[in-house]
Design a protein around this ligand. Structure first.
Ligand SMILES: *[C@@H]1O[C@H](CO)[C@@H](O)[C@H](O)[C@H]1NC(C)=O
Ligand SMILES: *[C@@H]1O[C@H](CO)[C@@H](O)[C@H](O)[C@H]1NC(C)=O
Length: 563
């Protein structure tokens, strides 16, 4: 399975990168223990582009698979390839077709029981600690600011992307080229140059932002570096989750998962009435927008009439909070804090066992949701497809399509399998994430059809069918995704809010609530600068990735509906 997957990844990566120029200062091989590379197969080098661009300076005279793999690990590459008895290459993608296994027949100089490719044929190995490139998009790159380049010790980023037209260069085009090449680092320079890399080269330093002052040739609203200055970007998702020197955590702890009982969900019925002259279809759309924040709309909570189902409804509510921060848009996302509080009121309402029974209508009259929308009936009249009968009589066909029986499990308890990191210096920890924005919850999958292969799910969309699902061994990457989502929400909402908060006390030495904007009122009390906030978000993200590397989800979600 692992071999198959890496094979697929290698194949998918084939032919993505165009011509690149390499100038690289080699790093030493990795001498620490690391997770073994997985054999990906036998691949042919067609020469253009080169199958793997980085050639290790280590002599082929006593090369072994172990030595070559350590070279590539130490230099941060995803793939290692051996050719012609032991010449060692590394790369982020494998740019050549797979060939039959028997073509990798040359023994390695350093160990004749191992295979070192053939003539222009490479034995390729893959580091299994990278996420698949397909999971990463241009949006995953974040700006690192302005950096120096082109010192006497070499380039900051090794691979110049000559296939990207310099005359029309935009930031996106460069990021796309680097993403397609599987490179975690991307940089634009001198209005029209695009570079990618797996590491930042020696002698590269952060530079003042104003040094990057040259507009991109393809979009003068964007900055594409300056003279010997790079606008640098990174997609952490394209770096190894366990780089050389990584120490696995000694133990992992996850919060206990409590259980809730099952509830059934009802589905809408769509009926279509067809006549020979006009077609009328009536669709009853359930009240989807029970609570609205900007572009985001909560999916209606399941109704309830007893305490247990009330709690289930609360779970459903809590699992939607993250999607609000993700989708509401600025500044409406600030209202997602209210939505989170609303879910909290629901939890307390369920616990309070109100007199007269615990009912949704009762809860909503006590805690009216913001900007609710009611269920609506859509009646659409269209011309029918031409009837084949010339008769004047109309035929009426009524089809009632029952909703497909997608078995939905009870809503899982919103207890996160992933760990909110703590940091005493920055002051965040469980229950007090940076800016009050929690990670999306990773817990059991609520769809029966997906359950067997994918017991886990990251709840970051109101439509849980659109949430990303994960196999049993996929909790680490699920948590990495959740960390990333939290980071993005942190930057988009908290840091943005810090930018918009009242800069100083207003005249008279006090904050004038009455004459402030809603955004200022809401962000009053946030004390970080924008830069400080981003730094905090980033620190939390790095800590988050680190503490969640050991999270396996073992013992969690043991059976469908068993939370
Ligand atoms: C040669 O490679 C084989 C297979 O990987 C390995 O078992 C063996 O220990 C290696 N021998 C030496 C001397 O490294
Ligand atoms: C690059 O940096 C490493 C680590 O500091 C150092 O060992 C190496 O000599 C440097 N390479 C060059 C070419 O200066």
């Amino acid at each position: 399975m692992a071999a198959l997957r890496s094979m697929a990844a290698a194949m998918a990566a084939v032919a993505l990168v165009g011509r690149v120029q390499a100038t690289e200062v080699p790093l030493p091989p990795c001498l620490d223990p690391f997770r073994p590379f997985v054999y990906s197969g036998c691949f042919q080098d067609t020469g253009s582009p080169q199958i793997l661009p980085y050639r290790s300076p280590v002599s082929s005279d006593d090369m072994t698979v172990e030595k070559c793999v350590a070279e590539c690990k130490g230099n941060g590459y995803r793939y290692a390839g051996l050719v012609y008895y032991g010449v060692c290459y590394c790369g982020q993608t494998v740019n050549g077709p797979a060939v039959t296994e028997d073509q990798c027949s040359f023994p390695c100089h350093g160990n004749s029981t191992e295979k070192c490719g053939g003539d222009n044929i490479f034995s390729v190995y893959q580091d299994p600690t990278f996420l698949p490139v397909e999971d990463v998009t241009v949006e995953d790159y974040s700006s690192l600011g302005c950096w120096t380049d082109d010192s006497s010790l070499g380039r900051a980023l090794t691979y110049r992307q000559n296939q990207v037209d310099g005359a029309t260069l935009t930031t996106e085009k460069c990021l796309q080229a680097c993403r397609d090449g599987g490179f975690p680092f991307a940089g634009t320079e001198y209005s029209g140059e695009c570079y990618c890399g797996v590491v930042i080269g020696n002698d590269t330093y952060s530079a003042p932002a104003e040094d990057c002052n040259m507009p991109c040739n393809g979009n003068n609203a964007q900055t594409c570096g300056g003279r010997s200055r790079l606008n640098l970007y990174v997609a952490n998702e394209l770096q190894s989750l366990e780089p050389c020197g990584y120490e696995p955590p000694v133990s992992s702890s996850t919060p206990p998962v409590t259980s809730t009982t099952a509830t059934s969900t009802t589905s809408q019925v769509v009926s279509t009435t067809t006549t020979s002259s006009a077609c009328v279809s009536t669709t009853v759309v359930p009240p989807e927008c029970e609570y609205k924040c900007g572009k985001w709309c909560a999916s209606g909570l399941p109704d309830w009439s007893d305490d247990k189902v009330c709690k289930t409804s609360w779970s459903n509510c809590a699992l939607q909070v993250s999607s609000c921060f993700k989708q509401a848009g600025w500044p409406d996302a600030l209202n997602c804090f209210d939505f989170g509080d609303w879910c909290g009121s629901l939890s307390r309402y369920c616990d309070s066992k109100p007199l007269g029974g615990c009912r949704k209508s009762d809860f909503k009259s006590r805690n009216p949701p913001k900007n609710p929308a009611t269920s609506k009936t859509l009646t659409v009249t269209t011309t029918c497809a031409p009837s084949t009968t010339a008769k004047a009589t109309t035929t009426t066909a009524t089809t009632t399509k029952p909703a497909t029986s997608t078995t939905k499990a009870p809503v899982p308890t919103p207890t996160n399998v992933c760990i909110q990191p703590s940091n005493a210096f920055y002051g965040y920890g469980p229950g007090k994430p940076v800016g009050g924005i929690d990670m999306p919850v990773v817990t059991c999958n609520d769809l029966a059809v997906d359950w067997p292969g994918y017991p886990f799910k990251q709840y970051n969309d109101v439509d849980t069918r659109r949430c990303k699902k994960y196999p049993r061994n996929g909790c680490t990457s699920a948590c990495a995704d959740a960390c990333k989502e939290q980071y993005e929400d942190c930057v988009d909402v908290y840091a943005e809010g810090c930018k918009s908060r009242p800069r100083t006390w207003k005249r008279g030495g006090y904050f004038d609530f009455a004459n402030s904007s809603p955004v200022e009122r809401r962000t009053f009390g946030w004390t970080d600068s924008w830069g400080g906030a981003v730094g905090k978000c980033k620190a939390q993200y790095d800590d988050c990735l680190r503490v969640n590397r050991g999270v396996t989800g073992a013992g969690k979600c043991p059976k469908f509906g068993g939370w």
